[in-house]
Design a protein around this ligand. Sequence first.
Ligand code: FAD
Length: 361
Amino acid sequence: MPTIVVLGAGVSGLTCALLLAKKGNEVTVIAKHMPGDYDAEYTSPWAGANVLPMAMAKDSRWERRTWPELARLAKEVPEAGIHFQTVRVLRRQKDVAEGFKAALSDGLFQPNPWYKDLMPDYRELPKSELPEGMHSGCEFTSVCINTAIYLPWLIGQCAKYGVKFKRAVLKHISEAAHMSHTGGKADIIINASGLLACRLGGVMDKAVYPARGQIILVRNSAKGLMPTVSGSDDGEDEVIYVMERAYGGGTILGGTYMKGNWDPNPDPNIAMRIMKRTVQTHPELTGGKGIEGLDIIRHGVGLRPAREGGVRIEKEMIDGTWVVHNYGHAGWGYQGSYGCAERVVELVDEIAGQLKRTSKL
Ligand code: FAD
């Protein structure tokens, strides 16, 4: 089996490490940030995270292949920190008239969406259930992942299958080839460096940029509902979503999708607008008491790893070592995590076959 070094301990790197280790590969994970750290450039801890399908077309294997595994974890593995919740998607009249320019995702808000056959209990909302100003809406069963539980759970699962972990900051992707815990040179490197792929030597992907997400974590319960709206009157990069994390993780109020903005500090004016919008959309959050009824745990900012042209999952030979890239998941890194990691495993298998044929393995 090949010796593999995974660069990155976000949801992308850890899911790849787990699937690769389960197949018997020798896997080492190298990362600057690990679960437990909070830094805007380490995106995974900041995510809600829930499943709001974002692809425009049915053929997105990333989301289609991930949903069954997240649903299985929610149903059968309580220690993973995932629970079922009901998504309510609201399409505003003005956004439908303008053909949608949703910052968060166009795919989510399409009428008659492809994902109605994927997500359980899908139903269109009758007019009587629509708030004022809404053209239409739908509900379906989804999950919310408590990332503060799920990321450490992934580490534990990786450890169970023999993955080893090292903290390091790499200047160049090729350094990873010499960092396997086995002491030997790695046959394959997995590049799951997220947003920092734009600064990593040997990669320096100029198509990668931050999509700044500001959130507020509150103690209020969302009562099983995860509402989201197709737009807001506060600007194209200000969005609306609410989701309650499993097992007392608090409720995330979001948010923003600010392209090219690297500011890691919460902006108090934006925070005020987020609170107003979310309480207006979901008054049950504070039992009708308005934003004064919110009980704030903390404010935060995470930078989504967006990429012109979309996610990069492909193999490339760099300085004599095969690298499989898996970065640029923007706002869907969790809901596409297993689908993308499966593709990484396929590429690793292709490379391993080639190395065997040329007696290099
Ligand atoms: P990261 O989590 O950023 O991990 C990158 C890793 O690479 C880190 O360990 C880092 O230290 C390491 N690294 C990078 N460069 C180096 C280097 N040079 N040397 C050593 N280590 C390095 N997604 C969903 O699916 N559902 C949601 O509901 C959702 N909500 C979100 C809400 C917000 C506010 C935000 C900010 C994001 C949200 N996302 C959501 C998106 C999701 O969080 C990201 O797509 C995902 O976390 C990206 O994970 P990653 O592993 O690719 O990157």
